[in-house]
Ligand binder design. Structure first.
Ligand code: SF4
Ligand code: SF4
Length: 452
């Protein structure tokens, strides 16, 4: 991949991708007059630019091996249980509803105690023995559904089991739940007592929230709003610190509308997600509910190119404080942004399947809980990942987003087709446009500032 990028004749800059430098490169006639004063510094920057062009490639793509997976399993500190498949609602846009082809079987199972216990016993051993001290402090237990509040019996049993385990007494357990909020009034005392973090799904006011309906098609807004207001007045501190909102962007709401609703009603913000676009079965239905792309764009008040530039091309963005300290010249990494499975968490379904996380398709099983306990075949997990990553590598090597890629191949079924192309591929033409737009934007702002 060429390092020094010619941005075009209409712009007085060049860019060094490896050196992450944008160099002012004036036309000959401007050079003498404008740059004379700092000509020494300019020369030195130019030298650095050319030196960086000869550097080795910063990113080396590697394959996954089973030790990496084992290490991730040993260090996992977040376990998420799908305690039930059942839900008391039938939201129109539900990823498990008729608009999508995610589900070929009726979702009617509860997780049984033996499955939960096998998982807990497996991880208690790890938490007790295998984790270096610095990772030992916190463990996160999440409850998903369906609607998890429909299986409170199992949730209480899991928590009670954890609390009684002597071997892990020194650990702090933090519990969280993603809920539709309609049954909160029945269980709120227990949830407050255990200091749960609640992620409540709500899309805004009555109209904005109207895809969220019960089994009879009745909108649930009034019940949900009522529940939330009661919690807010009865447990104000808990509400303030432990309740978070998740919203889906649809054609019935806008980002400013959602933000203003949650600010005004609850003094909070909401995390806004797009309607899922994978495994769509009924495109007409999906298209009718989807927020049109342009709506989302016009709502952004930041400059997209500037944020891309700062994140991807400025050399001043660090994913983690450790990369700031290490700042290695060459990074060995897997292609794409897909994590090594179980690095962040593990997800257990009510059907006893073990999945990398709750955000990906349930058919991508990596293991199972059986009568013999937890079954994970590291070799087949490794081969499954490497087969797809090897195909991605060909794209990623030519892509200018590879250092800050956020694509997880498990989140899009298209990536399992033989002839897929990465939807986020960032060619050199995008990079040039990004830099030009950023420079123009900053110069325009600087010009305006000078006029004040
Ligand atoms: S979405 Fe992909 S990258 Fe993110 S935690 Fe899940 S498996 Fe890992
Ligand atoms: S955006 Fe796509 S092609 Fe680019 S690095 Fe990420 S996965 Fe690879």
């Amino acid at each position: 991949m060429s390092s020094i990028i010619e941005l075009g004749e209409d712009i007085s800059y060049k860019y060094s991708f490896k050196g992450k430098r944008l160099i002012y490169w004036p036309q000959e006639e401007n050079y003498i007059g404008n740059m004379e004063a700092s000509v020494e510094r300019y020369k030195s920057e130019l030298t650095k630019l050319y030196q960086s062009a000869n550097d080795d490639e910063d990113i080396h793509f590697i394959a996954m091996d089973s030790q990496m997976i084992q290490k991730a399993i040993d260090l996992t500190n977040q376990v998420i249980f799908e305690v039930t498949e059942k839900c008391n609602l039938s939201c129109t846009y539900c990823a498990l509803g008729s608009t999508y082809k995610n589900v070929s079987v009726e979702r009617c199972r509860n997780m049984d105690w033996q499955t939960a216990k096998s998982i807990l016993d497996f991880y208690v051993q790890k938490w007790k023995n295998d984790r270096p001290k610095k990772f030992k402090k916190f463990c996160y237990i999440g409850f998903h559904g369906g609607e998890p509040l429909l299986n409170m019996k199992l949730i209480k049993r899991i928590i009670s089991y954890i609390e009684k385990k002597e071997e892990i007494k020194e650990l702090n357990f933090l519990y969280s739940m993603t809920t539709n909020g309609t049954l909160l009034h029945k269980h709120i005392e227990y949830l407050v007592e255990k200091n749960f973090i609640l992620h409540v799904s709500m899309d805004g006011d009555r109209e904005m929230n109207s895809y969220r309906v019960d089994k009879n098609g009745k909108e649930i807004y009034d019940d949900l709003y009522h529940n939330l207001k009661i919690i807010q007045s009865k447990y104000p501190q808990f509400f303030k610190e432990n309740v978070e909102f998740l919203s889906v962007a649809t054609n019935k709401n806008t980002n400013p509308g959602i933000t203003s609703f949650f600010n005004k009603e609850f003094d909070k913000n909401s995390e806004i997600h797009l309607l899922s676009s994978t495994m769509v079965a009924d495109y007409e239905e999906w298209e009718s509910m989807r927020r049109k792309k342009d709506d989302t764009k016009s709502e952004k008040n930041d400059n997209k190119y500037l944020s891309d530039f700062l994140r991807l091309f400025s050399g001043n963005f660090y994913n983690h404080y450790r990369s700031l300290l290490d700042n290695p010249k060459t990074v060995n990494t897997l292609p794409t942004g897909t994590c090594i499975p179980f690095t962040h968490r593990v997800f257990i379904t009510a059907r006893k399947d073990i999945i990398a996380c709750e955000r990906i398709g349930f058919e991508r099983k990596l293991g199972r809980v059986s009568d013999n306990g937890v079954e994970l075949d590291l070799i087949s997990i490794r081969d499954f990942y490497n087969n797809t990553l090897a195909k991605f590598k060909l794209h990623c090597e030519r892509c200018f987003k590879k250092e800050a890629c956020t694509v997880c191949f498990l989140t899009n079924e298209k990536y399992f087709d033989e002839s897929f192309t990465c939807e986020d591929f960032y060619p050199v033409s995008h990079l040039k446009r990004c830099i030009k737009e950023t420079v123009n934007f900053l110069r325009e702002r600087a010009g305006k500032a000078n006029n004040y």
